[in-house]
Unconditional design. Structure first.
Length: 149
């Protein structure tokens, strides 16, 4: 495996970790605002999946002798404030579902881009497989959230 391939796979692992942590953080921030019990239950299931994917991504990163990079506290705070501001005027189930769909769509877009950049060199690598699993998971999340629109 070339140095460039290893670097791309490292970027993919980091992107996977970053995306699932962002999904987890979004879900955690929105859950206290959810009044619909079915939506809250669905979000809880998604949160558990995000955490499992984060652990898998972290294991892939550690396997390469590196540590998963967390978002800076300032970035996390800014994201949380953005979510809070976005839900101040509208915290309906429909709006929260829409925000979840937007987050999943962003994750899919980012991961597909990274997959396409890496798959020629390593189509069957663990990183590619995990990224594809997350894309499928996010696609299912979008379908599940559509019910609440």
């Amino acid at each position: 495996m070339s140095t460039e391939t290893i670097s791309r796979l490292g970027e993919l692992s980091e992107a996977i970790y970053k995306n699932v942590r962002m999904g987890s953080d979004l879900t955690l921030t929105l859950m206290p605002k959810v009044k619909n019990e079915k939506l809250k239950a669905e979000m809880s299931e998604q949160l558990a999946e995000y955490e499992q994917f984060a652990a898998k991504a972290q294991a892939l990163i550690k396997k390469k002798g590196e540590e998963a990079k967390e978002e800076s506290p300032l970035s996390k705070w800014m994201a949380k404030m953005g979510i809070t501001m976005n839900t101040l005027a509208d915290s309906t189930s429909s709006h929260i579902a829409e925000m979840m769909i937007q987050g999943s769509t962003m994750n899919i877009t980012d991961l597909l881009r990274k997959i396409h950049e890496s798959e020629d060199e390593c189509g069957g690598c663990d990183e590619i497989s995990l990224a594809r699993d997350i894309v499928k998971f996010e696609e299912k999340n979008i379908e599940k959230m559509k019910v609440f629109l």
